[in-house]
Design a protein around this ligand. Structure first.
Ligand code: AMP
Ligand code: ZN
Length: 445
């Protein structure tokens, strides 16, 4: 038994985590739809559930946790992007997936145990859809297959939504072939130029929700421990995953625990592509050291909104500078060095801000091991402080040359020139720090 507790929206309380099988603790997280660069809002679930993955491995052992995070590589947004750019769909999904990996690897996000692609699971989706039809939970109409919401008396319970709320969401696409406005698509026909797979209902492609039901069943089984994703996925996506999986598998639940991260906002609005208020991870990494973006994200509890600001990033940079100074001369550390209080904080519904407040009190091996458990202090102090923000134009070689000239001026007691060089560098975002062993420097971020 561990002390791990997870907040349950159903119970409106934190409840003890008891895995279905402690030998194989299983977590599924809805991954990105690969049509464009991921923004720093998208990085939030990647980082939050990476922390959960690390914690589960700590408690149950590396070989006893299976983490599945999928790639959605079939979607109308992908088709539209390929058409717009005159590229093939495969090029768009391949390049976007590679960029996603580059971005979140840099943020210290560990690769999941399995990263399934939706398009590799079409037969599994067809099988689930067929079984839903056989059980009377779905029907085919005009090349579509729809899930019949009225066939499941408990539909809506999971997301705690009433019929009016759900209808408001469903009304966007009322089609003649739907028996009930709320019925949702499991399979749809594809027009010319759009990817299509053969199926008993004609050539077509899957709906979004069925992908996750198929990939989680294949890699984790009919039921599993934790299902995660952003708050916006509760309805309709997760509600519909639950409906499909429970009805097809004949289970009363899909995942035992559901965790939803809050949004990352900009000036009070959710960072999103459609609002155009987004900063891509790729651009953010050019301006801020990746570790500081990760820390900034973990400074807020996953169930609270993050307000993105340059100040929040600067605060994270200042903290990391301090910690890098403290562990500069510490050698290799082991899991045994991790602070017990720090793990205790994380065990309390992944209380990362509390865990960070404990890091403030630590030194030496404990600080390094605990910070590294969070995916921080992984790079050397030198590479962290010498990070060159995109906005800084002056390069390291020029800085070193100017510092040498300044040392020479100081030796010649030409204080005016020495000060001028220091001020000129500061004007170019370079901070000189005079110390016992000569001058050190860093880019001001
Ligand atoms: P999408 O590519 O929009 O399906 O989003 C991928 C993941 O990122 C989902 O889990 C979303 O809930 C999550 N997400 C999208 N925007 C934000 C945001 N601004 N803040 C936090 N999570 C987000
Ligand atoms: Zn999903």
């Amino acid at each position: 038994m561990t002390d791990l507790k997870i907040y349950s929206a159903q119970a409106k309380a934190k409840i003890a985590f008891e895995p279905i099988d402690a030998n194989n603790v299983r977590m599924y997280v809805c991954g990105p739809t690969v049509y464009d660069f991921a923004h720093i809002g998208n990085a939030r679930p990647a980082i939050v559930f990476d922390m959960m993955f690390r914690l589960l491995k700590h408690f149950y052992g590396d070989d006893h946790v299976t983490y599945v995070r999928n790639i959605t590589d079939v979607d109308d947004k992908i088709n539209a992007r390929a058409k717009l750019e005159g590229r093939t769909i495969e090029q768009v999904t391949k390049d976007t997936t590679a960029q996603y990996h580059k971005d979140i690897d840099a943020l210290g996000v560990l690769r999941p145990t399995v990263e399934p692609f939706a398009t590799d699971h079409i037969p599994e989706m067809i099988e689930i859809i067929q079984s839903l039809i056989d059980k009377g939970n779905a029907y085919a109409a005009e090349g579509h297959v729809l899930f019949s919401v009225s066939s499941m008396p408990t539909y809506g319970d999971f997301s705690n939504r009433n019929i009016e709320d759900m209808l408001a969401g469903a009304r966007v696409d009322v089609a003649a072939y739907k028996r009930d406005e709320m019925d949702f698509v499991l399979w749809k026909p594809s027009n010319e130029g759009i990817p299509a797979w053969d199926s008993p209902w004609g050539a077509g492609r899957p709906g979004w929700h069925i992908e996750c039901s198929a990939m989680s069943k294949k890699h984790l089984g009919d039921t599993f421990d934790i299902h995660g994703g952003g708050l916006d996925l509760i309805f309709p996506h997760h509600q519909n995953e639950v409906a499909q999986s429970c009805c097809a598998n004949g289970t009363t639940f899909m995942a035992k625990y559901w965790m939803h991260n809050e949004f990352l906002n900009v000036e009070g609005e959710k960072m999103s592509k459609s609002l155009g208020n987004f900063l891509t991870i790729s651009d953010a990494r050019k301006q801020y050291p990746a570790e500081s973006l990760r820390l900034m994200m973990l400074m807020t509890h996953y169930r609270k909104t993050i307000n993105w600001s340059k100040d929040a990033a600067s605060e994270a940079i200042a903290l990391l500078n301090k910690w890098h100074d403290k562990v500069e001369n510490i050698g290799d550390v082991t899991e045994d060095d991790i602070s017990a209080d720090f793990i205790k904080a994380l065990s309390d519904d992944l209380n990362t801000p509390k865990a960070i407040s404990i890091l403030h009190q630590l030194d030496g091996n404990q600080l390094k091991a605990s910070a590294q458990f969070m995916g921080l202090l992984m790079e050397s102090k030198a590479s962290f402080t010498k990070f060159k923000p995109a906005s800084a134009e002056i390069d390291e070689a020029t800085i070193l040359k100017l510092i040498a000239t300044r040392q020479e001026a100081k030796r010649n007691k030409d204080w005016a020139l020495a000060d001028k060089i220091r001020d000129d560098l500061l004007a170019q975002s370079v901070l000189i720090k005079d110390g016992a062993e000569g001058a050190n420097w860093e880019y001001k971020k």
